[in-house]
Design a binder for this molecule. Sequence first.
Ligand code: Z15
Length: 817
Amino acid sequence: MTEQTAPKSPVTTEQFIEEIKEQLKYNQGVTVEQATDADIYVASSLAVRRHLMDSWTTTQKDTVEGNTKAVGYLSAEFLMGKQLRNALLNLGMLSEFDDAVKALGHDPQLVVDAEYEPGLGNGGLGRLAACFIDSLASLGVPAFGYGIQYKYGIFKQEFDAEGKQVERPDYWLANEEPWGHIDYNRSQKVSFGGSVVEEDGKKVWKPAWSVRAVPVDYMVPGYASGRVNTLRLWSAKSYDEFDLLTFNKSEYLDAVKPQVEAENISKILYPEDSTPQGKRLRLEQQYFFVAASLHDAIRVFYPGQDKPDLTTFPNKITFQLNDTHPVIGIPELMRILIDEYGYDWNTAWDITTKTFNYTCHTLLPEALEVWPVDLISELLPRHMQIINEINDHFLEELKGLTRDKERINRMRIVTEGDYPQVRMAYLATAGGSHVNGVAELHSQLLKDVTLRDFSDLFPKKFTNVTNGVTPRRFIRLANPRLSALITEGLGTDKWLSDLELLQGLAPLANDDEFVKKFAEVKHANKVAFANFAKDRYGFDANPDTMFNTMVKRLHEYKRQSLKILALIARYAAIKNGTINADDVLPRTVFFGAKAAPGYYMAKLTIQLINNVARVVNNDPDVKGKLAVHFPANYNVRLAQHLIPATELDEQISQAGKEASGTGNMKFALNGALTVGTLDGANVEIRERVGAENFFLFGMTVDEVDALYEEGYNPAKYYEADPRLKMAIDMISNGTFSDGDRNTYAPLVADWLTKDYFMTLADFTSYADIQYQIEDLYRNPMEWNRKAILNVANTGFFSSDRSMEDYLERIWHTGPLA
Ligand code: Z15
């Protein structure tokens, strides 16, 4: 990317004040005196949107009329986070906004807080999609994000009196939402069910019901690129014509029922993260947004054409399938080409395979979606025929490539037997040009294990693109103090569009003055977070202790349990004097995690963490030495506050289970050191920052495999390390459940008898490395030198670089001229 300096504001503060006033008057209908923070938020957002409008229109026009192939990023999730400050940054208006809002008598922070965060994603996968579209716009690449405008986003998490997770609906659209532009005139019809009949030797789908997919458009402003792309999120509306036959015969309410049900399609985001549920409504959602998006792309790129030449479609747009969720797009494009436009099979297949590429985001085989043939046949009968035909053609093709019948059988897209299923990852691999994993290790394991047969026969399809994060949101907006120091250190702010420039900070790790300034920035961030936490959650965090954070979805493979066991062991050691009180390095541990509502073990782990926090924080014996906080409802906003204040980050998944991780990148870029396993992108982070600047522990992928192989017995580890035994015993004897020995029995039983993710086997090395961590922390200059080297050496993990890799290796396109 060609680096840019910060854009210059299109308005003066005085002009912006007038623009806000105008919106208050003509949109909000309130006087300046009456205006609440929320009014100011809406008015300034609308004013900001107007400044993006010209670039948005020209970008759309250039996208359609230019000769640059566009990118369509198909994703069931876009976890955008708040919009206002991001738009201001990209327009160069941050300080004009602050000054204007103050002049109007409001606190800028309260005004941006009035924005309700759109939680249209679960975790890493959805946030990655948001970072990617930010980077595409910043690179000036024509691109569309395509997804669903869920009426209810990821649930709001609360904790009850017992520390259990309670899920509350996230009805974000109940608030005024100035960013989404609903465009009724560009809706698409999406149909379901019914049957397929033969007419004139052609297969004709006679669907039973349809919904109207209405686009809601969000601007995606690039940083200093002058480009504004589009995120098009589909919302399901019913058609107003309803079944008059039913109406005449029976009841009005019966007649409107299908209409009401149609709107359910985009009502709620599924709260499972990397554990598919296989529910019918979910498949309806997937088909709904993918079908609407493909038709939309044809409308956009062949305006007004009845008989477009769709053999040029792959030159107009390339579609990236974000995980298996949008893979039904492959048979849908085949259906559009054959049934709607009359192409023959081979031409349609050629267009389709050139159009799609697939990104896999997991290593857990059980996390790859499979849909029962029965369900697809019922919901999308024509698609099931096409999938069967794809399967037949594919098996034929395989016969030409290998004589290994077993291998061919293993590669079936549609399985055999009484309950045949469609393996969506296989369909995606067969039906697209490229397959990529999201970190080096993950891509390697994909080739060697998960999609082994495919990579053996189609080695050229497979590639890696290591994930990245946007430095605009996660450094500049989240950490203004560090941003200013980086700019000071480098003598330029161009790093925001060319993050490898951070390398220029490496020599400053030896400059004591700079190291002190860096330490001051971190301390100021800790103080700011402590104030935020007090204000927002009501707890006191002492900024003069080490801030140690583990934030991510709650999942057994991520091993929050390892962290909590080590923490309990530490608590016990301080309490019973195993460690001399003066030798204890004061630590404050922060957790943030949502569990899927139906994931029992994950929810029990949340309850345990909350109760450990309660006991530890109320125990005078460890006061000032150890504190644990678990702010509820971890989301993008909390990430933006907590990451800059963190000194030690936890990335402790079992090796070979976390595909990449992206939190790891955000923390390193904000000057935290990582304690982590050789998993996902940790491997690449450690390579770049240097082994001496990363706290590595635990088994490798090979060691994990060998241990599974020889037969894993967790109880052995419980017996072998007294610290571990003590921790587990305290949980079983009711220390964290008011004496009740049953509360956590399922967790304890699992650890001692199964422990699939080998938490116990990694405990000792994890507990041991804490001494190294604490020794280093006692030497602030050395700790901060290493932290600076983490910042300096992780510029690679910008999502701008990820996008450049996709452009070069997969999409073969680039910026608009
Ligand atoms: C999800 O958030 C991820 C993978 C999935 O298969 C699903 Cl369904 C959701 C995550 C990975 O767990 C994480 O390692 C990765 O960094 C992220 O996707 C983005 O690639």
